[in-house]
Design a protein around this ligand. Structure first.
Ligand SMILES: *[C@@H]1O[C@H](CO)[C@@H](O)[C@H](O)[C@H]1NC(C)=O
Ligand SMILES: *[C@@H]1O[C@H](CO)[C@@H](O)[C@H](O)[C@H]1NC(C)=O
Ligand SMILES: *[C@@H]1O[C@H](CO)[C@@H](O)[C@H](O)[C@H]1NC(C)=O
Ligand SMILES: *[C@@H]1O[C@H](CO)[C@@H](O)[C@H](O)[C@H]1NC(C)=O
Length: 960
């Protein structure tokens, strides 16, 4: 029974799931393994929900199966060699049902076991045990950890055979990490020795060396794609949603981090360290990575290193605080109360600070010393500009046992951002000016800034852009960004940064102000810190502009989007000045293949939120089509009011880098090209032709050639070009071809004289023709019917068509009637009425045409005297073919809707076997008359059957 259920579920989920992660949650993953990096090892995905380790639930499979009350699922840990992975395990609990205590137990709704009245014990009631949400305190408080990664780590890494992994760190590479735990996520950042390439992997492990989480940091060659990481020379990332158990390990300082170098096949060396809390981290403004100084005794100092956490305070008079974490400068005989010399110097010349401190009990892995000292403003400036060297040395061997390093920008990967918003007063912001700004400190301690200002009216120019300290009422202007303002952007770097900027920047009291000559503050915003990872680790955010005019003019937003190597999209949206904060908002993306008329679009809802912030990544990965459009199409970001559906904010999403492995490998797919039509991905239900889109079933004249007509069927464009029939006008030379016409028309004096009068026209199948025009009718799906010649009779203004009797070229059993007309006087249809229903219904004939139309009937273009009645089904009549059986129409309330005969598998099979026998080329237009009674051959071409097969195969593969 259990096995049956599991197989059934797996089938169901195979179709529901999209990628490897959400594949059948009830099937054991085979040992042959995951092809993808096990990035999200610490959580389970079931259906469309993330489940934390340790969570249990009753599976709900949705319609039509619903809840399986006799199954219990759990997100469990599995140890697979050196890794712990999360996995969904479901089992039947039917066998655990107790023996009923009464004769007629009942199965109550929502239960698995039969019970008797009064039964208390309910083994089958499992509640969705959702681990308690973080308490508000936990949610808000940010916790800081640091790690020193050296060869002196106590952690022993073992390979799959439980042997210690040899570590070949020839160049004495070391690293230091900072970790910020925020909203269940652990953000990490590292400074690594300059001499090392970017590490390939990062692992979080427990004290046994078992891998709990693993991230791939760089592709082959150690390259980094991130502008931020490149400019700061940091390694940045995030471990999202730590399960409770791992949060506990972190809190108890039992979590380790391991950086690995080398290739996937061949590991070169690793560095590891323990995540430790230090009080000083809460106020850290600068960091330092300490390496053995030149001239050190590398026998004693092999694999040694250190890091410093540097804070400053300017409350009364400037002072500096150093917490130095280090190892490796002790001689074997130094075991207690060992003095070390800590110095801070400017380019080996000027000693700024030198202090002797004692290490009570030297340890081989971690020693911590702390120092506080006053510092002059001038030295503070040197510190801010990254000019100071920190060192710690042994007192007994000052030169050979010494660690030193530059004091640099804080190791944490963070940037500071703000939307730029007006006060909301319509008078100060007449033109809806808005903007955004973000800044960060690079490797040299310079401030990199980007400011964007949009909808600035010429009369508001020039503008003045400044960085303002708003920590007190004085509002001190600290830096002027105006000189770099061009083309709505101010992008530049401030090299000689004033120390006065850093403190308000880190404490959230630095604002960007944009003033005009009239307004001291046209738009402004306070820079808030954000940790760099996922969505924010891209080159630039986008500006969300107010779209709904009922929003205050102050409404503005900024949003970051990225796509990771697993093809998941990440977003981070910040809004401001929106007014009503209780409104439920919806964040969505609207994907278009390109900017073209009538382009078909798909919309994906990313989030629903209240307030000013939304951040995350949907469980459902993007489809290939969405990824292609993100890469080379047009995507709009929308923030809507969930209930009124009004679009409040809107932006165009550009420059989202989609990793190559996420894009389909189609030979002729040219990334970024929109010139070649072949580059437009095939879009269900729409056709792309000559730079615009057409709906399924549409029919149009080519924009470039009036003789070419096209139609869209099953997303495929088919075109046919007509050769103009010869036009013989009675007085020769009276031929006329207007631009936009395909064929010559005959003119006569009456027409020319009355040019201003309403032009006289014939109409057929929704197209109009000038009097005298000769043409071949255009019939879906086959194209121009060259066997039929139609002419717009200049006198009667009726289209008359004649069937070409050429049996060889056109038809074997041509209909006997050769002339058609939609004349109101003559009814030439009577001979060959094939619209049976009309004839059968005698009453219809008696009713006047007007009456039928008034009662919801539909016009009959070929016989206006005989409109179709409301509700009537019929085949449309086409000149050369008579009744066109491939299409069935229905008249409903004055509207006709038509449907093409579906080519069934049986029909296609029949066609194929017949065409084999006949050596018939299925690509030829097949215009055999319906009168020979064979709808299969007429309506379904071999090509259509081939398309049908292709379509079916595609649908199947999409569903897996
Ligand atoms: C990384 O930085 C270097 C120099 O700082 C620059 O030349 C290079 O273009 C940058 N690469 C990226 C991907 O930003
Ligand atoms: C500490 O080191 C500095 C620089 O090497 C040196 O000038 C100073 O004298 C040392 N301090 C002591 C107490 O040895
Ligand atoms: C400023 O930087 C942004 C983001 O990198 C870029 O899109 C924009 O083109 C730049 N503008 C100028 C004028 O350099
Ligand atoms: C807002 O969205 C529409 C499409 O829905 C688009 O045509 C328009 O250009 C967008 N505006 C901006 C600023 O992107």
């Amino acid at each position: 029974m259990l096995i049956v259920t599991i197989v059934f579920l797996s089938v169901l989920y195979r179709f529901g799931g999209v990628d490897g992660r959400s594949k059948s949650p009830l099937i054991e993953d085979g040992e042959h393994g995951d092809p993808k990096p096990i990035n999200k090892a610490a959580e389970c995905i079931f259906g469309n929900q993330r489940r934390e380790l340790g969570q249990t639930w009753v599976p709900n499979l949705g319609v039509p199966i619903g809840v399986l009350y006799c199954m219990k699922c759990e997100c469990i840990q599995i140890q697979r060699k050196r890794r712990i992975v999360a996995k969904v395990q479901c089992r039947s609990i039917k066998n655990e049902c107790p023996e009923p205590t009464c004769e007629e137990p009942a199965l109550l709704p929502g239960r698995c076991c039969k019970t008797c009245p009064g039964d208390r014990f309910n083994p089958d009631i499992i509640h969705d045990v959702i681990p308690p949400e973080l308490s508000e305190n936990e949610e808000k408080s940010t916790k800081h950890y640091a790690a020193l990664l050296t060869d002196r780590s106590s952690l022993v890494l073992r390979n799959d055979n439980d042997e210690p992994i040899p570590n070949d760190n020839k160049n004495n590479v070391i690293a230091t990490g900072r970790f910020t735990f925020q909203k269940k996520n652990l953000y990490y950042s590292f400074y690594i020795s300059d001499k090392a390439a970017r590490p390939r992997t990062l692992q979080f492990v427990n004290s046994m060396g078992t891998i709990l989480e693993e991230h791939i940091l760089s592709d082959v060659g150690g390259l980094v794609n991130s502008v931020y990481q490149n400019a700061t020379r940091k390694v940045c990332g995030v471990w999202k949603r730590l399960p409770r158990e791992y949060r506990r390990l972190l809190k108890e300082e039992r979590l380790y981090v391991v950086l690995g170098w080398g290739s996937k096949e061949q590991s070169e060396f690793t560095l590891s360290g323990q995540l430790t809390k230090y009080v000083a981290l809460g106020t850290e403004l600068f960091s330092s990575l300490l390496e053995p100084s030149p001239g050190s005794n590398m026998q004693i100092m092999s694999g040694a290193g250190g890091t410093a956490i540097v804070s400053i305070s300017t409350v009364i008079s400037p002072s500096i605080h150093l917490a130095v974490v280090f190892n490796g400068i002790f001689l074997p005989e130094e075991i207690a109360d060992v003095p070390v010399n800590v110095t801070l110097a400017f380019e080996d010349k000027k000693m700024i600070l030198t202090e002797k401190v004692y290490v009570t009990k030297p340890a081989s892995e971690l020693n911590v010393v702390e120092i506080s000292s006053p510092i002059s403003q001038a030295d503070l400036r040197l510190l801010t500009r990254g000019r100071l060297v920190l060192s710690v040395s042994s007192m007994s061997k000052q030169h050979s046992l010494k660690l030193s390093g530059m004091v640099m920008t804080k190791a944490t990967c963070e940037l500071f951002q703000t939307p730029l918003s007006s006060s909301g007063d319509r008078d100060t912001n007449k033109y809806g000016t808005s903007g955004l700004a973000w800044v960060f400190l690079n490797n040299e301690g310079s401030l990199v800034y980007n400011v964007q200002i949009e909808d600035l009216h010429p009369e508001q120019r020039p503008v003045f852009i400044t960085l303002v300290d708003i920590s007190n009422k004085k509002r001190t202007e600290l830096e002027d960004l105006t000189p770099s303002f061009i083309d709505n952007w101010a992008n530049d770097t401030i090299d000689r940064l004033s120390p006065k900027v850093l403190e308000p920047l880190y404490s959230g009291d630095l604002a960007v102000n944009v003033a005009s000559e009239k307004e001291t503050s046209l738009i402004k915003g306070r820079l808030t810190p954000k940790l760099v990872a996922d969505a924010r680790d891209v080159s630039a955010p986008i500006l969300l502009k107010r779209e709904d005019r009922s929003l205050p003019t102050s409404a503005v937003g900024m949003a970051w989007f990225s796509v990771d190597s697993d093809c998941h999209i990440h977003y981070d949206v910040s809004l401001t000045g929106m007014g009503n904060s209780e409104r439920l908002l919806e964040l969505s993306l609207k994907f278009l293949p390109m900017s073209a008329p009538d382009a078909p679009f798909v919309t994906r809802i990313l989030d629903e939120f209240k307030g000013n912030q939304a951040e995350g990544s949907p469980v459902d990965p993007l489809s290939k089509d969405e990824l292609v459009r993100l890469d080379s199409g047009v995507v709009f970001v929308k923030v809507k009011d969930k209930y009124t559906r009004s679009t409040l904010m809107n932006a165009t999403l550009k420059q989202v880098k989609v990793p190559q492995n996420c894009l389909p490998h189609i030979d002729n797919y040219v990334s970024g090209s929109i010139n070649g039509e072949e580059a437009i991905p095939h879009t269900q239900g729409a056709c792309f032709h000559e730079r615009r889109f057409y709906k399924e079933e549409a029919q149009w004249t080519s924009l470039s050639d009036p003789c070419t007509m096209c139609f869209c069927q099953n997303g495929v464009v088919k075109c046919d070009t007509m050769t103009c029939p010869e036009t013989n006008c009675p007085p020769p030379g009276r031929r006329l071809k207007n631009p936009g016409d395909c064929c010559y028309t005959c003119t006569n004096s009456t027409l020319e004289d009355n040019e201003t009068a309403i032009p006289k026209m014939c109409t057929l199948l929704g197209k109009t023709y000038l009097p005298g025009t000769t043409f071949h009718p255009f019939l879906i799906p086959n194209g121009f019917d060259t066997c039929t010649l139609c002419v717009c009779d200049p006198l009667l203004l009726q289209v008359k068509c004649t069937r070409n009797g050429d049996e060889k070229l056109c038809c074997k059993n041509c209909p006997s009637v050769t002339s058609y007309t939609d004349s109101e006087n003559q009814t030439m249809y009577s001979d060959h009425h094939t619209v049976v229903e009309v004839r059968e219904d005698k009453n219809a004939n008696e009713k006047s045409a007007e009456r039928i139309l008034a009662e919801g009937g539909c016009r009959n273009p070929y016989n206006p005297q005989m409109p179709y009645r409301d509700g009537q089904k019929y085949h449309p009549v086409i000149e050369s073919l008579g009744e066109y059986k491939c299409v069935t129409c229905k008249c409903q309330q004055g509207q006709q809707s038509c449907e093409r005969l579906k080519c069934t598998r049986a029909m296609c099979k029949m066609l194929r076997s017949r065409s084999k026998n006949n050596h018939n080329n299925g690509n030829n237009l097949n215009l055999a008359s319906t009168n020979n009674g064979n709808t299969v051959e007429t309506c379904c071409s071999l090509k259509q059957c081939r398309f049908r097969r292709h379509q079916r195969r595609r649908n199947n593969s999409n569903g897996q």
